[in-house]
Design a protein around this ligand. Sequence first.
Ligand code: SAH
Length: 341
Amino acid sequence: MNSIYGITRKKLEDYFISKKDKKFRATQIFEWLYRKNIKSFDEISNINKEAINNLKNDFYFNKLKIVAKEEDTDVKKYLFELDDGNKIESVIMYHDYGTSICISSQIGCNMGCAFCESGRLKKIRNLTTDEMLLQVIQAQEDIKKRISHIVIMGIGEPFDNYDNVIDFINIVNDPYSLAIGIRHITVSTCGIVPKIYEFAKECSGANLAISLHAPTNELRSKIMKINNAYKIEDIMKAVKDYINITNRKVTFEYIMLNNINDTDECAEKLSDLVKGLNAYVNLIPYNETHNIGFKRSDASQISRFYDILKKNKINVTIRREFGSNVSAACGQLRSKKEEVK
Ligand code: SAH
């Protein structure tokens, strides 16, 4: 049996065809699920008994348990418990342009970035499509406000759970489901190069963010294990291909770690790397966590770094901070709760 929230409309059409039923049933089901928000098949009134019984045999309704919430003015953070007892985090952020949610894609993460709290909790498993979708649906029900943007930037490496992430994007983008515009969906990857090529072909309207964090292989390999598998030049080649195919702007994320990657020299090297590309650099003030030794760069060094990029005509922004009062850095809420236990 599968969760009814884990299936794309196309796959549901194939399901109905395999049952010698009509393809359009899939659209009807989507409307019931995502417009009328039903919680059982018995609430469906326009589909015959036999089809409903088939659905009941093949699919179930599930939901996540909300075990903790933390709230600040512009942010609300959730700790969800899954059916198998594992816990995941999602964060709602209120912007002037809409409401976004940052969702997790895995339980734990195997990428092992030195500065990241999520990586301390090794990957237990991938999230299923329905577990990603339910983060959005249940947070939306809780805040009683439409979520307009999704970033897949929580715990986990989305390109290490590629197929489920693609199905998830497909469902939230579906006009009969949540209808979240493809340009309002962002995937952040530490740089799993083969998947960047696939993503360009398969999901060309979505936004791609690359966690770069260092301008040289020497430095990047020290803080990001993945750089031993895929070098910066491999990433840049894939990003150029992505931009050619999609005509979309790519974001390079760059966390500012004091005395590690925040020197003037790094700013110059970073400029050389991204110069001329249809891309921008997002400088992220590092969220310190007491388990890891890295420190955030001083505000003055962040603005100096920013100015160097600007001088070099690089599109650059400094990320606005949300919820530093609510353990909003990746993995912090979960590890806090587990330590308390
Ligand atoms: N695995 C994906 C997505 C999850 S991490 C990726 O690597 O992109 C989302 C972003 O948060 C990444 O850029 C990651 O490097 C960054 N990050 C991790 N720990 C952080 C911290 N303590 N403070 C600020 N950013 C952090």
